[in-house]
Structures are given as structure tokens and as C-alpha cells.
Design a protein around this ligand. Structure first.
Ligand code: PLP
Length: 356
């Protein structure tokens, strides 16, 4: 049985959280680190230690062949001061699914959860208690063997980093313009589109840069085979509200099974909406828009929670919503989710896990 070791010292200086937090740039004092070595029987003890640079061989497998996976979740300081994690087990289960597909060893979910809770507790003063702020949690795991052969590693490092973050939309909940691409694809059947693996994000940068140049916030990808069905946006799952249905692409193996997506589906069902997970043709969205059957579009993901969409552009076709007012359903969902996270409403689904 592995142990959790604390290499921490009482913090001498008072923690200063910057007023202007740029996403993912500020880190807390500590990390959780756990090494895997097949020659030493697998996972070693986990250590809560100072956040500092690590040393790796230039030959470390991860630099050459990209065996790296990660997760993203948040801890919130609630209005009564309680600290909670939002559905963290779902993230660790997904981490293990990504691990399996990338030939990376799986972690013991209960042990990592215990370590995560202790880590957050050690760095609890780093959690901002301003409205819309939270602590972003980034577990990451990669192959470290100093070895140039193309093969799965025998040695891995698992780290959990913590980063205090401000509201995703500092100017208020604003809708964003999205560009549909049929020039680039994100994932194909039988690939790794459903894993949070580093290479997927490296591969998305080029299309993202092109969209940025044209004034769009993100790219909406179509399926990799026929480029007919919508898949997902950058790092968000996509929802389409038609007059009589709220639909989202089904989990076919090419999109990331988002935990916000899953939560939104559960809330919508609870509210009595007709929801479906199915194939959605881009043409169906354009036709619905032209017929007055399209109500709104939004994306879901941990970082922004809900991103309302102001405009969807596909070639010469433009689907226009309001530039400055987020859609009604997206706003309602944003409030419902964040109210649960910040403890402003009852957690009736039992999603929050309390960090002592
Ligand atoms: C992380 C991610 C999402 C959103 O998942 P959540 O669990 O809701 O944060 C969606 N798409 C991609 C490609 C992602 O990496």
C-alpha cells in the first residue's frame, strides 16, 4: 500500500493572490507528485512537495512520442467558506480511461482522491473567495524513460498542479463567435479524440490560430470522415437548442466526454427538456436557423462552464445571435451550475465533494 508523504513547511510569507489572474499563470506553493516505475513494482509513494522545476532527461519519452495525458477540474470556495470539488471522481475515472488508451498505467482513484484533498487543504489559502473565482486543478501524467525507441514507457511521473483562476469572462457572461472548419479535423474514428492527451491540443493550434486571425474565438470541428456532422469546439462540447429539443453530439469515440456536458444533460432532463445525444448534421442546424427552428447554441467545459455562441460562420453562411446578450438557456444553465458549485443552491444531485 502506498503512503502519502508531506514534505511541506509552514508557509512563512503571507500568500498574495494577484488581483488580475491570467488563466493558468499563477500556481500555488505545492504539488502532489507520484512516480511510477515498473522495475520497482509500479506506483511509488505520493509526495506533497514544493511546486518547483523538475529535472528530466532530454531523451525522456514524452518529449519525443508524446505519451502524456491530463485532466482539468475545479475547487470552489463556497459562500459559507466550505471548499468543494465538483464531481472529481468523474475526472479521475476519465484520466484512467485516457491512460488505458495511451498505454499509460492507471492510478488508484481512492488514493489519488485522498492525496488531492490533502493537497488542496495544504494550499487552501490560495483559493480566492471573490465571485467567479476558483482553484483550477491540473493532474498530468507523462512517460519519463530516457530512451529513444518508440514504445510505451516503463517510468512515469504523475503531478497535480493547482492554479487560482478568475472568472472566464471578466467582463460578464458574453457570447463568443465560432468558426466551423471543414479544412481541418480534430479526431477520427478509432483515434484518440476521446482522450485528454497532449497531442490532441498541439494538433488543434493551427486551426485555432487561423480562426483567431479571422476574428473568431474558437473552431467548431466536423466529423473526420464525411465532415457533415458537428463534433465539438476547441475544448468544449457543443449543444444545440432547437424549438422542441436540446441536442448534443453522441459520444462516438471522437469527442471528449465532458463532465460539464454530462451535468448539463442531467440538469436539462431534470427541468423536463426533451434532450438527445445523437448525430447532428451541420446542415440541420443551418436549415433550422433558416426556418426559425433554431433557438440557441452553446458550448460546455470546466474552464468557462457555459460559453454562449454569438455567431457561427461556415463558408459564406452565417448564423447570427446576439453579440452582447448570452442565450437564455445557456445563461440559465450557467447560473444553475455555478449556484451548485458556490453553494448558493442545494446540491440536489450530490455533485460536490467537500474538502474537509
Ligand atoms: C476538457 C475538454 C472538454 C470539456 O470537458 P469538461 O469535463 O466539461 O471540462 C471538451 N472537449 C475537449 C476537447 C476537452 O479537452
Amino acid at each position: 500500500m502506498n503512503k502519502l508523504i508531506f514534505e511541506t513547511e509552514p508557509t512563512k510569507e503571507k500568500i498574495q493572490i494577484p488581483d488580475e489572474l491570467i488563466f493558468g499563470k499563477t500556481f500555488t506553493t505545492h504539488v502532489l507528485e507520484m512516480d511510477y516505475d515498473s522495475e520497482k513494482g509500479g506506483w511509488q509513494d505520493a509526495i506533497i512537495k514544493k511546486h518547483e522545476n523538475i529535472s528530466l532527461s532530454p531523451a525522456a519519452l514524452v518529449f519525443h512520442y508524446g505519451q502524456a495525458i491530463f485532466e482539468g477540474l475545479k475547487a470552489y470556495k463556497q459562500i459559507d467558506g466550505k471548499i468543494v470539488l465538483f464531481r472529481p471522481t468523474k475526472n479521475l475515472e476519465r484520466l484512467n480511461r485516457s491512460a488505458e488508451k495511451m498505454c499509460i498505467p492507471q492510478v488508484n482513484i481512492d488514493f489519488v482522491m485522498e492525496g488531492l484533498i490533502e493537497l488542496i487543504n495544504v494550499d487552501r489559502d490560495w483559493i480566492p473567495n471573490k465571485p467567479g473565482h476558483s482553484l483550477y486543478i491540473r493532474p498530468v501524467m507523462f512517460a519519463t524513460d530516457p530512451m529513444l525507441g518508440v514504445k510505451a514507457g516503463e517510468k512515469y511521473k504523475f503531478l497535480i498542479l493547482l492554479s487560482p483562476v478568475g472568472p472566464y469572462y471578466p467582463g460578464g457572461f458574453k457570447p463568443v463567435p465560432i468558426m466551423v472548419t471543414d479544412k481541418y479535423v480534430r479526431a477520427v474514428r478509432g483515434g484518440v479524440g476521446d482522450c485528454k492527451t497532449a497531442g490532441n491540443y498541439a494538433a488543434s493550434l493551427y486551426a485555432q490560430r487561423e480562426a483567431k486571425k479571422l476574428g473568431f474565438a474558437q473552431v467548431l470541428y466536423l466529423d473526420g470522415l464525411q465532415q457533415k456532422y458537428i463534433e465539438e469546439v476547441g475544448t468544449m462540447n457543443m449543444f444545440v437548442q432547437f424549438k422542441n429539443e436540446v441536442a448534443t453530439p453522441r459520444l462516438s469515440g471522437t469527442i471528449l466526454p465532458g463532465i460539464t456536458r454530462m451535468s448539463v444533460l442531467e440538469i436539462l432532463k431534470d427541468w423536463g427538456y426533451n434532450v438527445s445525444e445523437r448525430d447532428i448534421e451541420l446542415k440541420e442546424i443551418i436549415d433550422a436557423y433558416n426556418n426559425g427552428n433554431l433557438v440557441e447554441l452553446f458550448g460546455t467545459g470546466t474552464a468557462a462552464v457555459i460559453s454562449s455562441i454569438s455567431k457561427l460562420k461556415y463558408g459564406e453562411t452565417e448564423i447570427m445571435f446576439s453579440d452582447d446578450h448570452a442565450g437564455e438557456l445557456g445563461t440559465k444553465l450557467y447560473e444553475a451550475l455555478t449556484d451548485i458549485q458556490y453553494g448558493k443552491s442545494e446540491d440536489k444531485f450530490g455533485w460536490n465533494v467537500i474538502v474537509k
